[in-house]
Design a protein around this ligand. Structure first.
Ligand SMILES: Cc1cc2nc3c(=O)[nH]c(=O)nc-3n(C[C@H](O)[C@H](O)[C@H](O)COP(=O)(O)OP(=O)(O)OC[C@H]3O[C@@H](n4cnc5c(N)ncnc54)[C@H](O)[C@@H]3O)c2cc1C
Length: 224
């Protein structure tokens, strides 16, 4: 879908030390399926063609759009500039794309900002009363990095498993997600698996899931 939709920032706030939520006006004609990404640029001279992918965490019927964006200040790239924007600034949405979408109950496996497509999907399932039968495994470096922990726990209860790779903390799993961990936490490998995070994470997790009995047609992820 080629387009150039203008969305004005209504508010921003930090949800973790380096992740901000952006509430934007919803331009006419903006349509997406929860889980899909959108190419976004800043409507300022020299930046209009620098579109990067982000995922709406709001629902298609919401009157505004929400994005939840991790800033990489040290990279001096687009997310640093996005984090400096203020209400009134305008973003350009040029494309909606991506294969992540709800296909049936299963296990969501996310790392860091890779949670964003699942936030939208889980909000959609909650609204429809269809959260039962889903599990979330969410990996972060430390407790401070977890995005929307309260909401996720409130939605999924004990079916929400948080993993911390660089911190030990009571009530949280520690270490990296490996085959033993997945075998321990996942009852059946017959359902859908939704995987999102940095590309090496997606490749590792998909590889382990396939070895444990998941089938390729049940893996839902964005990748090459
Ligand atoms: C389909 C899709 C949807 C996405 N949705 C979201 C979303 O909803 N929210 C979100 O926060 N992000 C999302 N992302 C990721 C987001 O697009 C990138 O984080 C963003 O484009 C980074 O832009 P940048 O110019 O600030 O940083 P870049 O210069 O592009 O660098 C950021 C990247 O560099 C890596 N990096 C950081 N430090 C270093 C270093 N010292 N050396 C080498 N590499 C380093 C980071 O891991 C990160 O991947 C999505 C990505 C895809 C593909």
């Amino acid at each position: 879908m080629t387009m150039r939709l203008k969305a004005r920032i209504l508010m921003t706030e930090f949800v973790t030390h380096d992740v901000k939520r952006f509430i934007l006006t919803k331009p006419k004609g903006f349509k997406f399926v929860p889980g899909q990404g959108a190419l976004m640029a800043i409507n300022k001279a020299g930046l209009r063609d620098e579109g990067h992918p982000f995922t709406p965490t709001s629902l298609p019927d919401d009157p505004v759009i929400e994005f939840t964006i991790k800033g990489y200040a040290r990279r001096h790239g687009l997310t640093e500039k996005l984090h400096r924007l203020a209400p009134g600034d305008v973003l350009l949405i040029t494309e909606v794309f991506g294969d992540i979408r709800w296909k049936g109950p299963g296990v969501f496996v996310a790392a860091g900002a890779g949670i964003t497509p699942f936030v939208a999907i889980l909000r959609q399932l909650r609204k429809a009363g269809k959260l039962a039968g889903n599990t979330l495994i969410f990996s972060n470096k430390t407790w401070d990095d977890i995005i929307l922990e309260r909401e996720l726990r409130d939605s999924l209860g004990p079916q929400c498993i948080f993993v911390l790779t660089r911190e030990k903390r009571a009530g949280y799993q520690s270490g990296r997600i490996d085959q033993r961990f997945l075998r321990e936490k996942i009852r059946s490998f017959k359902g859908h698996f939704y995987v999102c995070g940095p590309m090496p994470f997606i490749e590792d997790v998909n590889g382990m899931l396939l070895q444990l009995g998941a089938t390729q047609d049940k893996l839902v992820y964005d990748g090459p």
